[in-house]
Design a protein around this ligand. Sequence first.
Ligand code: SF4
Ligand code: SF4
Length: 218
Amino acid sequence: MVITEQKEFDEILHSLEGHERVFLLGCGICATTWSTGGEKEVCEMAARLTEAGKECTGWLVTEEATCDVRTTRLLLKRNKEQVGPADALLVLACGAGVQTVASLADAPVYPALNTLFLARLQNLSVCDERCRLCGACILADTAAICPITLCPKGLMNGPCGGYEDGKCEVDRERDCAWVAIYERMETLGQQKRFTVIHEPKDWRADRHPGFVNKRAQR
Ligand code: SF4
Ligand code: SF4
């Protein structure tokens, strides 16, 4: 899941300077689950903007992810009577969602959220980053624990000399990723795999901007 946080309201107001009529748009998937851009947060934002003197022409929360061009385009069309009069759109979704809306809207589009990371959701209050989207997954060699993400140094072989009692030298509150990898391999009876020396990571697969056309690949 993509984790987001709401921006400071002053920053949002600053973005909207010069705009009087605002249409709000939330995301029905990640931002709803993480309570940063679902119906409740969109309505609260609309109320705060109204209090600050803006006119909210309307709002919607996409049923699918806001970053899905197909459904977001359809929803903007269906709500054109409220979207049309707005001189700005405020989007409570991740950066991909904001840019999706911007590619479909005539008016300027502004983000209400900061996009933080791709996470494992432990519950509705706790999540942790699990993947840095490196483009060449090495989880097969690391007992399905990602050192690129979980080791602050991104070491391909570890642990480094700084670990202590299974904790990371960068943050003693956190488990050392490589100790966790060893312990998981031990549990799985795969300790031998731990002695394999991994080559330096090939970062060429970490290409941005990413682009895939599955039809062209067939
Ligand atoms: S190795 Fe790369 S793709 Fe695999 S989990 Fe880690 S960051 Fe993500
Ligand atoms: S202690 Fe472990 S997690 Fe921390 S930097 Fe060293 S190898 Fe990485």
